[in-house]
Structure formats: C-alpha cells, structure tokens
Design a protein around this ligand. Structure first.
Ligand code: B12
Ligand code: SF4
Ligand code: SF4
Length: 367
C-alpha cells in the first residue's frame, strides 16, 4: 500500500484499499464493503420467514427488527459495512459411515472467541487510518443480517442452502462485520453461480431446504442438535433421518461442487480437538457433566449443554441402546471446580450461532 497516512485518509480509494489490505493482514480470507442503506427487501423476506414460523423456538430472532432493518440504528452516521470471511476448513474429513459426527465448524475452539481478536485488530487498524471513526463489530453476536450484508458487500453469493459461498474458497468460512462511520467505496454484489445445481436441496437428510435459498430451521438437523432445549425430544421424522449427526450438520455444504475449492485454515484453534471429528453416541450418553465441561470448554459445543448432547446421542442410538444409563452430576471423575459445571452457553440473544483440470470449473459439473 503506497501513500502517506494523510494521503490515504484524504482519498476514499486509497482508504478502501488500505482497509481491505488490513483485513487480509489480520488473517481474513475474504473482504467486501457495502454502503449503509436499509435492507428493505431482505428484511421483508426475513419477516416472511419468521411469519411462516421457520425460526421454530429461536424466539430471540423476533427481537431487534429495527437493527436488522437498518444498521444506522446501531451506529448513527454509519456509512460502510466491512464484511469479512474466515475459513475454518481443515484437512480432516468425517470417515464414511461415521455416526456421532460433529459439524466441522465445531471441531475446535469457539469461533466467536477466536475471531473476536482479528476482528478487533481490524477495527483498530481502521481507527488508525481514521481516528474519528465510530464502529460496532459482530461475529454472530447481534441482530445483524450477516449473510445479507455479505451479499451486498460482494463477499459471496447466497447459495440455495442459504449459506454464503465463493468460487475461490467455497462456503466453509465464518462471517464477521464491522459497521463503521468510514466512507468507503462499496463493492458490486457477486453473481449467483448455483446455476441449475440442486445438490444441497437433494442431499439434505431432513428436507429442510424447503425451496431454493430458504431453510426451514424446524426441519434442520443443525437447529435440532444445537438450538433446541435439552428436554425437547426430536420429532420422529427428524430422529430417524439424523444421518449420524451428533452436533450440527455439514451435508448441504459437503455436497456443494464449489467446496472442491475449499481452503484450509492456518488457525490451529480450529483443528479438531483430540483429532476427533465424531464421537461414539454410546460414549456420549455416559459422559460425566464434569468431563463434558472439560472436553468442551471454549468449544461451540458447550452451547448444547451436557444434557443436550446426551439427548442428541440418545437420538442416534437404536431404541434398545437408548436404555443405557445416563450419569448424573453427582460423581464427577475429573478434578474440576463447580464453575466448570456451571459454564454458561452463549446468551440466546447472541445467536447463537482438489480438482483435475476438467474439474477446475465446477460450473461444468453443475447439472
Ligand atoms: C439463525 C441462524 C441459524 C439457524 C437458521 C439457519 C438459516 N438458514 O438462517 C440454524 C440453527 C438452522 C443455523 C444453522 C447453520 N448455521 Co447459522 N446462523 C444463524 C444466524 C444467527 C442468523 C441467520 C438468519 O438471520 N437467518 C434468518 C433467515 C431468514 O435468513 P436467510 O437464511 O439468509 O434467509 C434469506 C433467504 O432465504 C432469502 N431469500 C428468500 N428467497 C430467496 C431467493 C433468492 C434468489 C435469494 C438469493 C435469496 C432468497 O431471504 C431471506 C432473508 O433475507 C447467523 C448469524 C447472523 N447474525 O447472521 C448464523 C450463520 C448464518 N450460521 C452459520 C453457519 C456456519 C451455520 C451452519 C453451517 C452450522 C452447522 N454446520 O451446523 C448451519 C447451516 C444450515 C443452513 N443450511 O442454513 C454462518 C454461515 C456462514 C456462511 N458462510 O454463510 C453464520 C453467518 C454465522 C457466522 N457469523 O459465520 N444457523
Ligand atoms: S445443515 Fe443439514 S439439515 Fe440443515 S439444511 Fe443443511 S443438510 Fe439440511
Ligand atoms: S450445492 Fe449447488 S445449489 Fe447448493 S449452494 Fe452449492 S452450487 Fe448452489
């Protein structure tokens, strides 16, 4: 990046380039910029989604409508939304036919914590460039339509599975946003490269993608295994179609042709703990709460709580195996203090939350 700090601050083009470079320097794999405007059509669709009841018991999604519609409610005088993507893919794969599968995003440490640092670093670098800047930043931590901002910022397109994806790194990346008063050059939205492909819709074990681009969370394995209260049992049509998933689900992304271009992260914290991409359901139902706390400390899986993971594991077991004893919190086998047993999950309001040359162009292989 050439130019003195004063020149950069006075030129919107140079400032935009400096902010994008800062995002890469902070370790992000993708960055895009959107101009702050109300998300009118997106919010209308969001409310249709809520009105259809697709959010299930995630009642926190009904709150914060004003902020979802307009980020200027969060940061008065906001001019730009800087959207960043950070990959979490690693070299590991779920063994074929494995049961008790953990979703890839949850193999390592909690991304809310891990990515809070580079996002804070990015905001600090932006503040160096423009000391008068005001901002708020989020990684799945507020009432912000992150996917819709990613689309507006040209960071990627929204796939038919509803996740954001790109041709160069696929979809296994997290999103983060910096809502800022900085006046930056916006990017053009990216074209939709789903074409006639319907692989994600066809492969979804519970038929949760009810129409292209629309997921009914009440049918999604991710919702049932992560977001529902531990005392809620799975409906039979979900339980019998779990496809071996213990926590979260990656099917719609695993089958996506664009994920041939997935990029592995260099962040060690996202590697699978103990090398585990799955856990035997039989072992989970007998896991002590204290062992659960230790095993999943600083992991996104703590959100499900011990009782939730046991419920998930039981759902994977055959009816006979489901009568395995479930341990109570009375005899922890590990030396942990009471605090470990009481570790809270993320507040509900926060959301939660390869190829040959022929294959080099997935559009060739799209139906
Ligand atoms: C609620 C939530 C969930 C819910 C609901 C899922 C969903 N599809 O929204 C549940 C628990 C099911 C879930 C699951 C997962 N989640 Co989640 N989740 C969120 C959260 C907190 C809010 C999303 C939201 O507002 N949904 C509301 C619905 C209405 O939005 P939408 O799906 O985008 O719907 C739009 C489209 O349907 C569109 N639309 C309608 N018709 C049409 C037609 C066309 C042509 C187009 C283009 C669009 C379109 O209009 C709607 C509104 O704009 C975000 C973080 C955040 N604050 O944004 C993370 C987030 C979306 N989740 C994320 C992840 C990683 C996952 C999982 C992959 C985790 C896992 N492996 O189990 C799965 C994926 C499941 C799936 N296929 O969606 C990432 C996605 C990253 C990415 N690359 O896109 C996010 C962004 C978190 C983050 N900061 O990284 N999640
Ligand atoms: S995460 Fe799994 S259950 Fe949910 S839409 Fe994707 S494939 Fe279907
Ligand atoms: S599987 Fe196909 S339809 Fe689904 S997101 Fe990927 S390219 Fe789009």
């Amino acid at each position: 990046m050439s130019g003195s700090p004063a020149n950069i601050a006075n030129s919107r083009t140079l400032l935009t380039a400096a902010v994008k470079q800062a995002a890469y320097d902070c370790g992000f794999d993708a960055v895009g910029i959107a101009m702050v405007e109300p998300l009118t059509s997106e919010v209308q669709r969001f409310h249709e989604w809520i009105d259809r009841g697709y959010h299930g018991t995630m009642s926190w999604m009904e709150r914060g409508a004003d902020k979802r519609a307009d980020v200027a409610v969060i940061v008065p005088e906001a001019r730009s939304v800087v959207v960043v993507g950070h990959t979490y893919d690693t070299a590991e794969r779920h063994p074929p036919e494995a049961t008790g599968k953990l979703s890839r995003y949850a193999w390592g440490d909690d991304y809310h914590d891990v990515l809070a640092v580079p996002l804070a670093n990015l905001a600090a670098k932006m503040k160096e460039l423009d000391p008068s800047m005001e901002h708020r930043r989020y990684i799945d931590t507020g009432p912000v339509l992150e996917k819709q901002w990613a689309v507006r910022a040209g960071l990627g397109w929204q796939g038919k599975h509803s996740n954001i994806l790109r041709r160069d790194i696929g979809s296994f990346f997290f999103l983060g946003v910096v809502i800022s008063t900085m006046d930056l050059d916006p990017d053009e939205p990216m074209a939709d490269h789903c074409g006639t492909c319907t692989a994600c819709i066809d492969a979804c074990p519970t038929k949760a993608i009810v129409e292209p681009y629309v997921v009914d969370a009440r049918r999604c394995i991710s919702y049932w295994t992560i977001e529902t209260k531990p005392d809620v049992e799975f409906p039979e049509d979900i339980r019998s179609n779990l496809d071996g998933w213990l926590y979260g689900c990656d099917v719609c992304q695993d089958v996506c042709p664009w994920n041939r271009f997935r990029k592995e992260t260099t962040v060690e914290a996202f590697r699978p703990r103990y090398g585990q991409t799955f856990m035997k359901a039989e072992d989970v139902v007998t896991l002590q709460p204290s062992e659960f706390s230790l095993r999943f400390r600083h992991s996104p899986i703590k959100r499900a709580k011990h009782a939730g993971m046991v419920r998930n594991a039981r759902a994977l077991l055959s009816p006979q195996q489901q009568h395995l004893p479930c341990n109570t919190p009375t005899s922890p086998s590990l030396d942990l203090d009471q605090q470990d047993l009481l570790q809270p999950s993320t507040p509900a309001e926060l959301g939660s939350p390869l190829s040959s040359s022929k294959e080099a162009n997935p559009e060739d292989s799209l139906p």
